[in-house]
Design a protein around this ligand. Structure first.
Ligand SMILES: Nc1nc2c(c(=O)[nH]1)N[C@H]1C(S)=C(S)[C@@H](COP(=O)(O)O)O[C@H]1N2
Ligand SMILES: [Mo]
Length: 558
């Protein structure tokens, strides 16, 4: 009977399985109950969002650099692994000592509740999904561990009730020691035959455990799936988006001049299609706001506080502009930039109606999910096209890009200006209020840095010998790109051919033709803007106010 310790190990594995399945029940039933509450009332979203909020700047940029826009998927996978391991341990603990198991599950429930109730705009009823889930998970855990105990108990031991779990476990172990001695004693025959019948009984009750485990898994999966379907059906944003009709803008976008696109094959399209537009935000679950739900509150240091509805925006004089958006987390040569045609209402008009009081120097914009950005007040009052955008490239804003309303401000990085799902504008002072990323180590002010990017050839590409085409984009919103130069293999700087300029708020493409012999080559690029001059050579990391430096690309000519 030397297989007894082995069997005990097997039992622990099954206890771990019971814990994992019970965690599945917690999450699945909470998902189902959560369909009737806001997304951040479900454990996964609440815990994941809380984790995101505690992410230090270096980890945020590490995640973006490593996983790109799959950073949220990576977080979910990491959470899944962590939850599975914790649940496995809790399963084993609960099997050995039920009371400790209960304490562990309740502690987890309390942690989830803390995450849920500290999300922006949450209220006490949002606790319901977690409470329901924790209760259902405890029931499942109790049922599974009771089944397992029956399967694991030796013949002499009657089915143990949960509070006796620890004793049950120890009995098992001492039975193992006894059988080792039994080999030399006549009594051993009795013991091993008793163990033999226990094994028979154990295998039927093991089957019982597996049946219970199967049922639990199905219940958890059905609850989770049902919850997702229900939540989707309850907030059918796709239908709201599809039914939207926009008025013709009072001020349409100036027609794009011919030749805005670089002739070099492989350079990004001048206008980024919505589906390819980079996405950066802290929203683990994308806010689902309908146009009916949406209200913008304008308040703070103003003479007049008021609210704007979506219809108010549709009724107003809208403008349409091409504006290039860039992210502070973009490394030199990176792709966290996009150019779109935005339709929206000038923020200048909103502020003119509100009439800011003397001393105000900032507008704190807040999204429905608690993200915030601090934008210098003058930037939103001057004649640049800072807007409350409602359409992107002729379509309602995609949900991930801020549906139904977001801010777009030429010349500033997104983190200090481009609030998606914006619902609140507070006129205030930098001295009084701080914003989401400024609380996490990023600079208070975030003007865009002039940047040239080489797109063709790509780093480490291998290109055909002869005429080599190089090309890319450069941006300096509000200042405009006046010149782009390249240095080949460390040689003198040469001007490249600039594509046509749409406006100072859009990126500008460029191209250059070279004759290169086979071997390894490098191209370095730098831009000059029309206000501040040459792009700085000084290398800076993304934190705290954006990367800088001249990009170099190495490639091989065959
Ligand atoms: N609500 C909300 N708005 C947000 C953010 C966010 O995390 N939440 N991120 C900002 C940042 S850092 C950038 S760069 C832009 C990106 O906009 P996009 O995802 O449409 O490209 O949105 C900004 N607006
Ligand atoms: Mo960003």
């Amino acid at each position: 009977m030397s297989n007894l310790p082995e069997r005990r190990r097997g039992t622990s594995l099954l206890a771990a399985l019971a814990g994992i399945l019970a965690a599945g029940v917690v999450l699945g039933t909470a998902e189902l109950a959560g369909a009737f509450f806001r997304a951040s009332a479900t454990p996964i979203v609440a815990m994941g969002s809380t984790f995101i909020d505690f992410t230090p700047p270096w980890m945020k940029d590490f995640a973006i650099a490593t996983f790109g826009t799959n950073d949220k998927l990576a977080l979910l996978v990491g959470m899944g692994v962590t939850i599975t391991l914790l649940a496995a341990v809790l399963g084993i603990v609960a099997f050995r000592r039920w009371v400790l198991g209960v304490a562990g599950v309740l502690l987890m429930g309390a942690i989830i509740l803390a995450c849920v109730l500290t999300r922006a705009g949450s209220s006490l009823p949002d606790a319901v999904p977690t409470v329901v889930g924790t209760a259902a998970g405890l029931l499942a855990l109790r049922w599974l561990t009771a089944r397992l105990r029956r399967a694991a108990a030796p013949a002499a031991t009657p089915a143990v009730s949960p509070p006796d779990a620890a004793r049950g476990g120890r009995l098992d172990a001492s039975a193992g020691e006894r059988t080792t001695v039994a080999i030399t004693e006549p009594r051993g025959h009795a013991t091993s035959s008793a163990a033999g019948s226990a094994a028979v009984r154990g295998s039927t009750s093991r089957r019982g455990f597996f049946a219970a485990a199967g049922v639990t898994a199905v219940v958890a999966a059905a609850a989770a799936g049902g919850g997702r379907l229900l939540a989707g059906a309850r907030t059918n944003i796709a239908a709201v988006r599809d039914s939207l009709q926009f008025p013709a803008p009072a001020s349409p976008a100036p027609a794009l001049p011919a030749g805005v696109q670089s002739p070099v094959a492989g350079v990004t399209p001048f206008v980024t299609p919505n589906g390819d537009f980079y996405r950066i935000d802290t929203a683990l679950s994308v806010p689902q706001l309908t146009t009916e739900d949406w209200v913008l509150r304008v308040h703070g240091m103003v003479e007049e506080e008021f609210e704007l509805s979506f219809q108010d925006l549709l009724d107003a004089d809208l403008i349409e502009r091409h504006i290039t958006l860039t992210c502070v987390s973009n490394p030199v040569g990176g792709y966290l930039a996009g150019n779109a045609k935005w339709l929206g209402y000038p923020l200048r008009e909103v502020l003119a109606r509100a009439k800011p009081l003397d001393g105000a120097d900032m507008v704190l914009s807040t999204s429905s999910d608690g993200f915030s950005a601090s934008t210098p007040l003058p930037v939103l009052q001057d004649d640049r096209d800072a807007i409350l955008a409602i359409a992107m490239n002729g379509e309602p804003l995609p949900v991930e890009h801020g549906f139904p309303v977001r801010m777009v401000v030429p010349g500033l990085f997104g983190y200090v200006s481009a609030t998606k799902w914006v619902v609140d504008l507070e006129v205030t002072r930098f001295a009084d209020r701080t914003a989401y990323w400024t609380d996490r180590g990023w600079s208070e002010k975030g003007p865009i840095k002039t940047m040239a990017r080489v797109e063709v050839p790509e780093s480490f590409a291998s290109v055909d010998a002869g005429q080599v085409m190089i090309g890319g984009v450069a941006w300096s919103q509000q200042r405009g790109i006046g010149k782009v130069e390249v240095s080949v293999d460390g040689g003198d700087w040469e001007d490249v051919t600039l594509a046509a300029e749409a406006s100072v708020d859009t990126w500008r493409q460029w191209s250059h033709e070279l004759t290169l012999g086979s071997g390894l080559h490098s191209v370095r690029a730098r831009a000059t803007d029309r206000v501040d001059g040459l792009q700085t050579e000084e290398r800076a990391e993304t934190v705290p106010d954006g990367a800088s430096g001249w990009q170099t690309v190495q490639f091989t000519v065959k």
